[in-house]
Design a protein. Structure first.
Length: 134
């Protein structure tokens, strides 16, 4: 008797997080404190998880003709399979469920999060680092 293994197709993608300190809350949380937490605490915690391939943080640069943005920071997290975001390992992240030491962050910052499933890759584009196209 032979057995077959069903290969569940992975859905690679990115988790897109637009964020910034709320303008009326800057007195409660400085942008430098927010940046320190995001860069030195939160992102390393996220990318330490087995299903996260990497992260990149971006800063909005206004150009002529584009409107000013309230949320000036964008972080993208690369996933080989977006289903990882539903696992206990990912759901235990403090950014998913704020912990007691981070209430200042989550009370004073706006986050706009979205998941994007990979549709196509241009074969001429070579990906050197997660989140960085060359």
């Amino acid at each position: 008797m032979s057995s077959t293994t069903t290969n569940v197709k992975q859905k690679p993608g990115i988790f897109w997080v637009n964020s910034d300190v709320l303008p009326h809350k800057v007195s409660s949380l400085s942008r430098s404190d927010f940046d320190f937490w995001y860069l030195d605490d939160h992102i390393p915690d996220v990318i330490s998880r087995s299903g996260v391939a990497g992260a990149a943080r971006w800063n909005y640069i206004p150009t002529r003709g584009t409107p000013e943005r309230e949320l000036k920071y964008l972080t993208t997290y690369d996933f080989a399979d977006l289903a990882f975001m539903k696992t206990p390992e990912f759901m235990s992240l403090e950014g998913v469920v704020p912990g007691p030491n981070r209430w200042t962050i989550f009370e004073n910052v706006e986050f706009d999060s979205r998941e994007y499933e990979l549709v196509q890759i241009d074969e001429k584009v070579v990906r050197k680092d997660p989140g960085m196209l060359s």
